[in-house]
Design a protein around this ligand. Sequence first.
Ligand code: GLU
Length: 360
Amino acid sequence: MSALTESPPRSIRRLVVKIGSGVVTFGGSSGLEIDRNVFFRIAREVAAARHHGVDVAIVSSGAVALGIEELGLDGRPESMSAVQATAAVGQGLLMSLWREAFARHRLKVGQVLLTHSDLADRQRYLNVRATLDSLLEAECVPVINEHDTVATDEIAFGDNDRLATQVANLMGADALVLLSTVDGLLDPAGQLVPYVALSDDPMALVQSRTSSTGRGGMGSKVQSARAAARGGIAVTIANGKKADSVLGLVEGRPIGTRFEHAEQGLPSRKHWIAYTLKPRGALTVDPGAARALRHEGASLLSVGITVVDGDFGVGDLVRVLDPSGNEIARGLIRLAAPELRGQVGTRGPVAIHRDDLVTI
Ligand code: GLU
């Protein structure tokens, strides 16, 4: 979009590579047959990136597709539990493919299976971070996937883009590449948009939120890219079916759609508050409180709240809306909903402390 003001590509030290089901199979999101060459090519590029001193972690789908192949099924099973069982069969095979592909470069892999609720628990989030750091120190390539046997988020929503964003944040990655089956974000004429500035509205270009790039679709990719870019991570959406989409990025070649990232990223805990936790309610605030949150970095006091929606408890994430209903912030609430309702409009306690609040 804003080619004149493009920031230079970042020199990458720690990279997360997200590979969707459409990339590891033939025939896009409905493809069932595994494209084994992709594993070998990406492993070769990741190994070369590591030679440049870049730490790399992979977020890989493919468990369901490999399970379908192994079980000799005609297609994706109907019921959720059958898809989960299929993923249980395929996950080990997925790891053995990555193991074989990286062994050619004398690299070892480590499997990390995560759910969003693992990451929503701050202690478990920190545990995962320590494990990933140890894997990288041991010169292993972490291979992360949604823990499909206990969680259905990705199976239901194609949500590994979001998982990859959260992993990039928790690892302190400076770059994230979301590999898709198209060259990047395309404009209505089908032309590649090479650069998206922070001030641009790329969602306006997303034609269909569940496009043929996988069940997550371009909408989920763009939203994830924005969240990560706001957190200071350099995000690229690129074609995982083409050579050079990982190594080219590391070596600074123009690849896919590059998203401008905030120079001053959100601190990791604030990113976690804004993008990992799921909201349990919403507070509408008056114009004065909206201004104080937006421009003065203030805490939210109960006196500025006009409406309390939802049934949240102490410490839950709530959205903060301005009088027109636009979301302006998110934060961890200090009072449970019934208690807060009794305090609305009064000079009561702090509802969300500014340390626990992120403006959107
Ligand atoms: N995590 C799943 C996988 O690795 C999700 C993809 C899907 O539901 O097809 O296969």
